[in-house]
Design a protein around this ligand. Structure first.
Ligand SMILES: C[S@@+](CC[C@H](N)C(=O)[O-])C[C@H]1O[C@@H](n2cnc3c(N)ncnc32)[C@H](O)[C@@H]1O
Length: 243
């Protein structure tokens, strides 16, 4: 770990957590995680640290009463974040949508708690244009969908289409590092002990992620420029605000 820490210190980069101009181009990855083995590995991985961070930041971004009613989770995967949000907000119901049936199977399998199972509705749907149980939602959240999308406007258009006026929006995603060496370092640092399939996923996801200015431009093009974009760790950014 000391060696990795020293290696990171000497990698060429700008200041941590600051907006910067990255020199590495984006390398998109496949949108859906529909492979059974990949979905199982993802569902069995321990994402406690980043996913608890997600829920904590989401609650800090809005007073508790702002997230209430029926929420929409876009790109829910196996639902680890969906369940954490449902536990923290015991009054809400969540429609959780994903285009990969393999992920939804894991989500239903892992949602064993009867209260959570009653409040979380896993829905198979491919964005853009999937049919949802209701047209508008009281709040929308999403984690790690953005970097999977070939066209990132798909996420922002879904937010616009499905948020009630004034609904709170909270999105977290990976931040593209400045170089492949830094992506490699981050992969070793945060997924070094995981199976190869997950390590590869994480590395490819870092290369497919966007940087802060790119996300700001996506929001501007979709008329959502009032949402706030900020780096929140060495590998994550958040987008938050009211629709
Ligand atoms: C990295 S996973 C994130 C899962 C979950 N939100 C989490 O944080 O653990 C991204 C998910 O987005 C889904 N996805 C990608 N493109 C999609 C699309 N166009 N429509 C619906 N789901 C999509 C994938 O199938 C995958 O389950």
């Amino acid at each position: 770990m000391l060696v990795l820490g020293l290696a990171y210190y000497f990698l060429p980069r700008t200041t941590n957590h600051e907006p910067r101009t990255t020199t590495m181009q984006r390398t998109p990855e496949p949108e859906l995680m529909d492979d059974q083995q990949q979905a199982a590995a993802y569902a069995n991985a321990d994402f406690t640290e980043p996913h608890e961070h997600f829920v904590t930041l989401m609650q800090q971004a809005f007073p508790a009463h702002d997230f209430s009613g029926v929420l929409l989770d876009l790109g829910c995967g196996p639902g680890d974040i969906t369940r954490r949000v449902a536990r923290r907000l015991p009054e809400v119901r969540i429609d959780a949508v994903d285009g990969a049936e393999a992920m939804l199977m894991q989500g239903r399998r892992l949602t064993t708690d009867t209260d959570l199972a009653a409040r979380i509705n896993f829905i198979h749907g491919l964005l853009p244009g999937c049919r949802l149980p209701q047209a508008k939602y009281d709040g929308i959240f999403s984690n790690s969908l953005l970097h999977h999308l070939a066209d990132p406007s798909v996420l922002w258009q879904a937010v616009k289409a499905h948020a009630k006026p004034g609904a709170p929006i909270f999105v977290m995603d990976l931040l593209r590092p400045e170089s492949q060496q830094i992506a490699q370092y981050l992969m070793e640092q945060y997924a070094g002990d995981e199976p190869d399939v997950l390590k590869n996923d994480f590395y490819n996801s870092l290369l497919a992620a966007f940087e802060i200015d790119e996300v700001r431009e996506q929001l501007r093009q979709c008329g959502l420029q009032h949402l706030q974009v900020e780096p929140v760790s060495d590998r994550h950014l958040t987008v938050s605000g009211y629709c």
